[in-house]
Design a protein around this ligand. Structure first.
Ligand code: ZN
Length: 154
């Protein structure tokens, strides 16, 4: 990882990279989607179980660079137990954070703040965003009543 990232941010990112949260496969997920970032070679699968519009459980399997893996881990960490609307709001804030836009939210970002360091490296923004866009796509598609992928129930 680049040494220009400030030390605190780098430590948080490396911790998520080494010990990714939510790295598991769910049985009978309500939604499942795959994301690819060919620029870097990142590839991931996001699964979630949803109960009453709340993310009851989340699994993210990421094969990618440190930033993609760390961001996926943070996603799994923060969105479990959140409503779908809250998840969309968090994803919106993350996008602003990564693009260096003003974050117009008083949400407690926790470890997500470390992603702010990524904005100095524009080519890595896609790495950090991949899990978020993959999840939001599948939520929107789930809400509109169609699954992106037919999930095997065997
Ligand atoms: Zn990457």
């Amino acid at each position: 990882m680049d040494s220009n990232l400030n030390d605190l941010y780098r430590d948080i990112l490396m911790d998520h990279y080494k010990y990714p949260r939510g790295k598991k496969t769910l049985d009978n997920p309500d939604l499942e989607n795959q994301g690819q970032n060919p620029l870097c070679g990142d590839s991931l699968t996001v699964q979630a179980r949803i109960n009453n519009s709340v993310i009851e459980d989340i699994g993210v399997s990421c094969v990618g660079c440190a930033i993609c893996t760390a961001s996926s881990s943070m996603l799994a960490d923060i969105i479990k137990g959140k409503t779908l609307d809250e998840v969309k709001e968090i994803a919106r804030v993350v996008k602003h954070l990564l693009k260096g836009d003003k974050v117009d939210s008083d949400m407690d970002l926790g470890d997500l703040e470390a992603l702010e360091g990524v904005k100095k490296f524009p080519v890595r923004i896609k790495c950090a965003l991949l899990s978020w866009t993959t999840l939001i796509d599948s939520i929107e598609s789930w809400e509109s009543g169609r699954k992106l992928r037919v999930v095997s129930t065997e």
